[in-house]
Design a protein around this ligand. Structure first.
Ligand code: DOR
Ligand code: ZN
Length: 346
């Protein structure tokens, strides 16, 4: 069968994005704003976004970095800490621009040390979120060092996700950046209030990308890439059109030196070719017709937000991916650096 020469579909949203701050932020926001109408902005800055006031100024900083002529809406998230108050949650819901609260289990990933260890301590807060309709975004990995890193997500489901979904049936929960067949199965079998984001790297690569033929730090993210059988389960879920699964790049830029280090940071930068990469996945499965659901419809419906009105077009022309991208005063090495991507944004 011949390839479609182009596809036009509703402008997508990125339901999981890191843009950092300062000069670094200015370098990366345009890549997202060119492709996406909205993005859920992760709050794990060095000093996490824990108040509506800081979310408002962070939002302004992002808006100031959007190139002229582009329309882009940052959707803000509060970082859950043991000190988060019910008052702040109510204020967040009233603000209109804060859409969710993120749980980083303390120690799970970049800037998670101020996160929550025992979620039971936050049950009164989750109760308020359930009442006011703020979404609960979860980094789903257990943090005990004795647990094998490849098993941390599957164990988190048994220990926490199942209980959370039962204890808060009316709370909308996003299981972020799922990486395993266990997570696909859990999300599918849970109520319609449980959904998941899936990244391009977890759809396109397995753990060989990090570990085979030399150590490749630019493929290291958390949750870490898993075995091929898990990648296949994620692909099947994403391309199916099931409303529970939607696009969240988890594009997480780090300076080259911070990744190419004796203790390298977790995070993969993909905003420069994000939609194009997802199109590769859907094309390979013969499911391009479902890309719009995954990228532009399912997430908006889950969040209860309007579907975007504008359209975007991808052409089936391959383009070269730069080896490096400016990142404030540093550079970063993006996903597919020096390679090619099969689609080009028109
Ligand atoms: O790989 C990751 N990078 N996973 C996360 O959960 C956080 C992110 C970051 O902020 O760099
Ligand atoms: Zn993330």
């Amino acid at each position: 069968m011949s390839r479609s020469t182009e596809i036009t579909f509703i402008r997508p949203d990125d339901w999981h994005l890191h843009v950092r701050e300062g000069e670094a932020l200015k370098s990366v926001v345009p890549d997202t704003a060119k492709r996406f109408a909205r993005a859920i902005i992760m709050p794990n800055l060095a000093e996490p976004i824990t108040t509506v006031k800081r979310a408002a100024s962070y939002r302004d900083e992002i808006l100031a970095a959007v190139p002229k002529g582009l329309k882009f809406e940052p959707l803000m998230v509060l970082y859950l800490t043991p000190q988060t108050t019910a008052k702040e949650i109510r204020k967040a819901a009233k603000s209109g621009f804060v859409k969710a609260v993120k749980w980083y289990p303390a120690g799970a990933t970049t800037n998670s040390d101020k996160g929550v260890k025992d979620i039971a301590d936050c049950y009164p807060i989750l109760k308020v979120m359930e009442e006011v309709g703020l979404k609960f975004l979860v980094h789903g990995e257990v943090t005990d060092e004795s647990t094998d890193i490849f098993d941390r997500e599957a164990i988190f489901i048994e220990r926490h996700m199942k209980k959370l979904a039962l204890d808060f049936p009316d709370l909308k929960i996003v299981f972020e950046h799922i990486t395993t067949e266990e997570a696909v199965h859990f999300v599918k079998s849970a109520s319609s209030n449980v959904a998941a984001t899936i990244t391009p790297q977890h759809l396109l690569y397995n753990r060989n990308a990090i570990l085979a033929g030399g150590l490749k730090p630019h493929y290291y993210c958390l949750p870490v890439l898993k075995r091929e059988k898990h990648r296949l389960a994620l692909v099947k879920a994403a391309v199916s059109g099931d409303p529970k699964f939607f696009l969240g790049t988890d594009s997480a830029p780090h300076a080259k030196g911070a990744k190419e280090s004796s203790c390298g940071c977790a995070g993969i930068y993909s905003s420069h070719i994000a939609v194009e990469l997802y199109a590769e996945v859907f094309e390979a499965e013969g499911c391009l017709k479902n890309l719009e659901k995954f990228a532009s419809i399912n997430g908006a419906n889950f969040y209860g937000l309007p579907i975007n009105k504008e359209m975007i077009t991808l052409k089936s022309v391959s383009t070269a991916v730069p080896k490096e991208i400016k990142f404030g005063d540093h550079i970063l090495v993006p996903l597919r650096a020096g390679g090619k991507v099969a689609w080009t944004l028109a």
